[in-house]
Design a binder for this molecule. Structure first.
Ligand code: NAD
Length: 567
């Protein structure tokens, strides 16, 4: 690899730095003599030392800080450590620990990463993009080479609500997983905080708060700001794919719908979640041995995640032969005000898509409901008799014992997904769900949980982690140079993922592959996305036999390359 920098400058570039990994010749050529201790270490030796440092810490937030510092110092080593220990460190660099990091962001911030854009920057966003973290870009790579942007407006960080500037932890963490999980080269990625202010009173009152200390931008001004942001990306980084991240329900859905045909973009909370949860559902269908078309779904939480999952489940039901009316009827949603039905008052526009009509209500045996009727989860479960229950409410304990026992009374293998994050927000813990269903439930959770032993049998709790989808989706879209990311791509990704759960894992109740299989999963999904992009006319025209080579050559494996000076 040709490298322009030398001396201290080289050591300060996280993507070029090798620390003690620079060999004798490189130390001579690049003016590093005297700047490093004498011993030349291999990357494997360095990994052992880093593990020693990180494991010595007594608290996960400290481990998060330690890993972030490593990322700021030596990115190759950071990714090697992460990739070789994904199961251990994914819950640190991402949910649940990243949630704590976002909450205490102003107090733990060392070196800011990514790009910060505030309403004061509205008319100079292209200039800001051109300023983007040049120190991390490897030689010869500039901002116009950015291929993947993750941007958040910080309003719905995991299940933790408005975290203001602290939300930046999410795009940073997510892009780390794109790199670890699919090998997308770090300097092709850019985390962005659309810091439009915060309505979080604690942050506004905190003297140490590092963000834009104003109330949130709303209405037309907010829309203009977003418009300026999208226009700037199209202008300055025209090859970038934009992933919308952790926007609040209403904005999440309408921004996706507004921009998905104008800029290659997707919303992971809606579409990525849809795909990963559908994959779990399809794996459960394999385990239960009854077709998808026979399943009945109750969703608790009808926000961005719930809507995304419901949309994709409906598409999958129709692809499996149900007509549109039957597919819609199979999906019942419940929100803060209870059962969602068309005549309910109040009813947000976002929720009309899955609101039950009078006819559908009658078919479930609900007597004519007054607009003010409030039917809770247990009442809905009793009438609808779901086989699958999906929680994205962000409300801990919302899957009550009554509701789960009711479900178990008529579903032989109740499929229960308490998906809210972080761990403290889960709708029910797996041990309780298994106890209330005599061990019959098939469970997937949003946050990681230990296996549960019931009557001597270990039930492995699969994590419906979007990480099984978004890295492969991003990689596939980059390789395909896709102009659009379609719903069919997410459907295919879900099917691919469900098909990769081994029979051995299914037998112990795990509905997802092991996290250690992530790169393999991403590779398969990326290849499917490349083919689908070609077939639906939105991507490059690869021949079938070229697809895996193209995907493989876009996957970076974190290792030190020998350096020579740029000529
Ligand atoms: P959101 O704010 O868009 O939606 C939350 C929804 O829950 C709203 O419709 C709200 O009306 C509803 N709700 C709130 N309290 C309720 C109650 N008591 N009963 C019923 N419904 C209630 O948020 P979102 O993006 O949809 O995310 C929701 C949760 O899902 C978060 O905790 C998030 O971490 C989790 N999530 C998990 C995954 C995953 O596991 N892969 C992916 C995305 C989101």
């Amino acid at each position: 690899m040709q490298v322009q920098q030398s001396g201290a400058d080289l050591l300060e570039r996280p993507l070029l730095n090798k620390d003690t990994g620079f060999d004798e010749a490189e130390r001579d050529i690049f003016g590093l003599r005297g700047l490093l201790p004498s011993r030349v270490a291999t990357i494997d030796e360095q990994v052992c030392l880093e593990l020693e440092h990180i494991r010595r810490k007594s608290d996960d937030l400290e481990r998060f800080i330690g890993l972030s510092s490593l990322q700021d110092r030596n990115e190759t080593l950071f990714y090697r450590v992460l990739l070789e220990n994904l199961e251990e460190f994914m819950p640190i660099v991402y949910t649940p620990t990243v949630g704590r990091a976002c909450q205490s962001f102003s107090h733990i911030l060392r070196r800011p990463r990514g790009l910060w854009i505030t309403p004061a920057d509205r008319d100079r966003i292209p200039d800001l993009l051109r300023n983007a973290r040049p120190d991390s870009f490897a030689s010869g790579v500039g901002v116009d080479d950015v291929r993947l942007i993750v941007a958040t407006d910080n309003e719905r960080i995991l299940g933790l609500g408005d975290q203001g500037a602290g939300g930046m932890g999410i795009p940073v963490g997510k892009l780390s997983l794109y790199t670890a999980g699919a090998g997308i080269y770090p300097s092709h990625t850019l985390p962005v905080s659309l810091d439009v202010g915060t309505d979080n009173e604690d942050l506004l009152a905190d003297p140490a708060y590092v963000g834009y200390r104003q109330r949130r931008l709303r209405g037309a001004e907010y829309d203009d700001f977003l418009e300026a942001f999208v226009a700037a990306i199209l202008d300055v980084c025209p090859r970038a794919i934009l992933q919308w991240e952790d926007f609040k329900q209403h904005n999440a859905i309408r921004i996706l719908d507004r921009y998905r045909h104008r800029i290659t973009s997707f919303n992971d909370d809606i579409q990525g979640t849809g795909a990963v949860v559908l994959a779990g559902i399809l794996a459960a269908v394999r385990a239960v041995g009854r077709p998808l078309a026979e399943q009945r779904f109750v969703f608790l939480g009808a926000g961005a995640a719930g809507t995304g999952i419901a949309r994709l489940v409906r598409a999958a039901l129709m692809a499996d032969g149900l007509d549109a009316a039957s597919a819609k009827r199979a999906i019942v949603t419940v929100d803060t005000k209870g059962l969602v039905f068309a005549d309910r008052d109040p009813l947000d526009d976002d929720k009309r898509e899955f609101a039950l009509s009078g006819e559908e209500l009658a078919s479930y045996g609900f007597a004519a409901l007054r607009p003010a009727a409030r039917l809770d989860l247990a009442a809905v479960v009793a009438a609808v008799k779901p086989t699958m229950l999906i929680g994205t409410s962000g409300v801990p304990g919302a899957f009550t014992e009554v509701a789960i026992r009711e479900m178990a009374a008529h579903a032989e293998r109740p499929v229960v997904f308490p998906l809210s994050n972080p761990t403290a927000k889960t709708e029910a813990v797996p041990a309780d769900i298994l106890a209330w269903t005599d061990g019959r439930a098939l469970i997937a959770t949003g946050s990681p949980f230990e296996s549960v032993n019931v009557g001597g049998t270990d039930h492995v709790i699969g994590q419906a982690n979007n990480v099984f989808i978004f890295p492969g989706m991003g990689l596939g879209a980059i390789v395909a140079e896709a102009r659009e990311i379609t719903d069919e791509m997410f459907l295919l990704a879900a099917r691919t993922l469900a098909g990769m759960v081994s029979p051995e894992r299914l037998a112990v109740g795990a509905l997802y592959p092991a996290v250690s299989e992530l790169r393999q999963v991403s590779r398969e999904i990326a290849a499917k996305v490349v083919c689908q992009s070609r077939d639906c006319g939105v991507g490059r025209l690869y021949r079938d036999d070229e697809v895996f080579d193209a995907v493989d050559s876009a996957m970076w494996y974190p290792d030190y390359l020998p350096y020579r000076p740029a000529s």
